[in-house]
Design a protein around this ligand. Sequence first.
Ligand SMILES: NC(=O)c1ccc[n+]([C@@H]2O[C@H](COP(=O)([O-])OP(=O)(O)OC[C@H]3O[C@@H](n4cnc5c(N)ncnc54)[C@H](O)[C@@H]3O)[C@@H](O)[C@H]2O)c1
Ligand SMILES: N[C@H](CO)Cc1c[nH]c[nH+]1
Ligand SMILES: [Zn+2]
Length: 425
Amino acid sequence: MNTFIEPERSQWESLVSRPTLDNLSLVDKVSAVLKAVKSEGDEAILRYTQEFDQVSLSEFSVSAEELEKAATLISTDLKNAIQIAASNIEAFHAKQSQDIPAMETQPGVSCWRKSVGIEKVGLYIPGGSAPLFSTILMLGIPAKLAGCKEVILCSPPDKEGNLHPAILFAARLVGITQVFKIGGVQAIGAMAFGTASVPKVYKIFGPGNQYVTCAKELIQRTGTAIDMPAGPSEVLVLADETANPVFVAADLLSQAEHGPDSQALLITTSKDLAISVEKEVQVQLDQLPRKDIAAKALQHSKLIVVKSMKEAIDLSNQYASEHLIISTNNPEEVASQIVNAGSIFLGNYSPESVGDYASGTNHTLPTNGYATAYSGVSLDSFVRKITFQKLTKEGLEGIAQTVVTMAEAEGLRAHAAAVTRRLKG
Ligand SMILES: NC(=O)c1ccc[n+]([C@@H]2O[C@H](COP(=O)([O-])OP(=O)(O)OC[C@H]3O[C@@H](n4cnc5c(N)ncnc54)[C@H](O)[C@@H]3O)[C@@H](O)[C@H]2O)c1
Ligand SMILES: N[C@H](CO)Cc1c[nH]c[nH+]1
Ligand SMILES: [Zn+2]
């Protein structure tokens, strides 16, 4: 890991930049794949699966037998762990439903709001460098709670042309039956445009690498909605001198191991802590099987020493991290001043990886600074909130003059007439 830095405020802008691929060539490459999937359908998917995943498939669809057999291919311990995580995620997401019962805004004017599940949704489950079956729980459980009728899933095949059995087990657990072995841009294109094998959906969910995230951003222009830009993982640890360097290093590495373009930041008021974390990261890095990936991510990760907790909070808000861990002696007080973050972990015993798997919160979160404007996935992401109103005749009489005055001021006489014609005679 790079040695710590002590920047002035004027240097902060460069600190909050992310390690992104060259945007123009990324967009060109992704657009070309999307265009081919749109015009050639399954044929283009086969070709790109060969090119990007190095596997030749004759069929993308996973059979019902394969889904059923998966339970026999993973350990009882893993099945139990997935079930405990699923139950916590379901409990937390079930609490998120937010209908507004009918209420009178003025006499005789009733308004209410109802959530209705999006009918057709597509879930992208990353699988390039690790089969992230935990993401199925994060997306499949709220989709079912929301009442989405058709839920399909795409994930990249491994070199033998298979999906990891834990992916299939988790899919079956949450009730998903349409599973496709398709990854990357071609998966996003398939779900957005529809092909002979893959149904078209109205909204696409799920995290992924920069190719996947760019494809999601581009298909929005063609009329398919997306959850949000959830790209390469990132974590920011905000710490004072009371933090434990062993825990902090472990947290930084837990996100660095996701991919070479992940980013891990420490912002601290303590130079001693920064020095200890730097040493500890090296010790722990050497013990990791994904050491090479994490080491690449650490090249653009940073240990930042600031002058005060106020500066630490300001810089953290400017960075707008996907995950923020607050390891200070007063984490609630610090958290109350955070306005930009995807998900926050308080105190010394709340490692970010607990949220990745099992505490109950969603791990599909905005990256690359989008936490300034986007929320992570929740039950809300899977519904449309339809508003309703019903007026009595007296209610319309009571509100008529307000509407007519405003409509005439906008020069929209027909709007006014839709009210007045009802009240004449
Ligand atoms: N923000 C979040 O909520 C969140 C959650 C989980 C994971 N993640 C991130 O998801 C990412 C998963 O990445 P991954 O790569 O392991 O899996 P992935 O499934 O996102 O991407 C793999 C696919 O990328 C495509 N691809 C690879 N190289 C390509 C190239 N040169 N040109 C075109 N396409 C190419 C291939 O089709 C492959 O199937 C990581 O960056 C991780 O940090 C983010
Ligand atoms: N940290 C990832 C979100 O950025 C989610 C994840 C899945 N598995 C492990 N981690
Ligand atoms: Zn993670």
